[in-house]
Design a protein around this ligand. Structure first.
Ligand code: ADP
Ligand code: MG
Length: 318
């Protein structure tokens, strides 16, 4: 006999008395304490739809992981510490095997980041996962998109392009095997939460790379009313892209999405502090360009010649 809504919530999502929340799952609302006198609450929502953000046959544990990872990535990009999340779930039917896998991936990353599930909603419908995360940040330390200033350095964490390569190969009918490194970057993105926290009072503007470096940098430039120069040879292209034709390599690294690395601007006097953060976290941080006065985004090669990139970022309505 299929589980009812309340049994399903009790079995899969209610993990006993709340730790972080004053009151968690089971009442009309969850109760969260205010985050102390020096913090404000950072709130972000991301929705994942079957057929658009993942496929029905995808490993449910990876779907659970990614659903929360993309939300934690938004907190990271704000310099916020994760606290709690809610989960709104539409399910076509109660598939206990799928739910158990989904929960294993979801709660593994939730526990690693001390982010507690405090409520949600469950309904029947096409498979849809909508998560809202709550985090803490002192307002003056928040890494806002509008805070970049001319002459700031531009930095990016990790490597770029591997997730886009996995998407590209899938579209070409050559899906990569489950354990393939590029496929792992797509299925199991690692939100840069520790980096975001370390960048408080060090970086000025930040954004997480979900739609591709050029498009996401464009959001910082729009909000900060500035331009930028990017030095293509300094961009940390993922080794999975080695050997690809130049134009494809450039497109995947600069205009491909789903990397969930952080792109941030910082004053040049903070260079050594940023390098120290990278060493401490064991995460490469590359200085790829700078913010300039005026408008526009210029990309250049090793000799300073302008480069073009086809396909800027990803826009669901384009
Ligand atoms: P209400 O009808 O008052 O909105 P629901 O019956 O939808 O309450 O949910 C009962 C309780 O279970 C609430 O505390 C709600 O936050 C929680 N809940 C429902 N679905 C989920 C879910 N998918 N994950 C976590 N908590 C959930
Ligand atoms: Mg409800």
């Amino acid at each position: 006999m299929p589980l009812g809504e309340f049994e399903l919530i009790a079995r899969f999502f209610d993990r006993g008395p709340a730790r972080e929340a004053v009151l968690g799952i089971g009442d009309d609302c969850a109760l969260l304490a205010l985050p102390g006198p020096h913090n404000v609450t950072a709130v972000s929502t991301d929705m994942l739809l079957v057929g658009r953000h993942f496929l029905a046959g995808d490993d449910p544990a990876s779907v659970g992981h990614k659903s929360l990872a993309v939300n934690l990535s938004d907190l990271a990009a704000m310099g916020a510490r994760p606290r709690a999340f809610t989960l709104a779930l539409a399910l076509p039917q109660v598939d206990e095997t799928w739910l158990a896998g989904f929960c294993s991936g979801l709660f593994a990353i939730a526990d690693r980041h001390d982010c507690e599930l405090v409520g949600g909603d469950t309904t029947r419908g096409p498979l849809t996962i909508c998560i809202t995360v709550f985090g803490d940040v002192p307002p003056e330390a928040a890494l806002r998109r509008d805070a970049a200033q001319p002459d700031d350095d531009l930095w990016v964490s990790g490597t770029l392009g591997a997730a886009a390569l996995a998407v590209h190969d899938l579209a070409e009918g050559r899906p990569r095997a489950a354990g393939d490194p590029a496929r792992l970057r797509l299925d199991r993105p690692e939100p840069r939460v520790a980096l975001g926290l370390s960048l408080r009072h060090v970086a000025r503007a930040a954004i997480d790379l979900s739609d591709g470096l050029l498009g996401d940098l464009g959001h910082i430039l729009d909000r900060s009313r500035a331009g930028a120069e990017i030095d293509w040879p300094a961009v940390p292209v993922d080794p999975a892209l080695d050997g690809l034709p130049d134009a494809l390599r450039r497109r995947l690294a600069l205009a491909g999405g789903d990397d969930y690395e952080l792109l941030f601007s910082a004053a040049p006097e903070n260079r050594s502090a940023i390098e120290a953060i990278g060493h401490r976290l064991g995460l490469p941080l590359a200085r790829i360009g700078r913010i300039v006065a005026g408008e526009g985004l210029r990309l250049h090669d090793a000799r300073g010649r302008p480069l073009a990139v086809d396909g800027h970022g990803f826009d669901h309505f384009a």
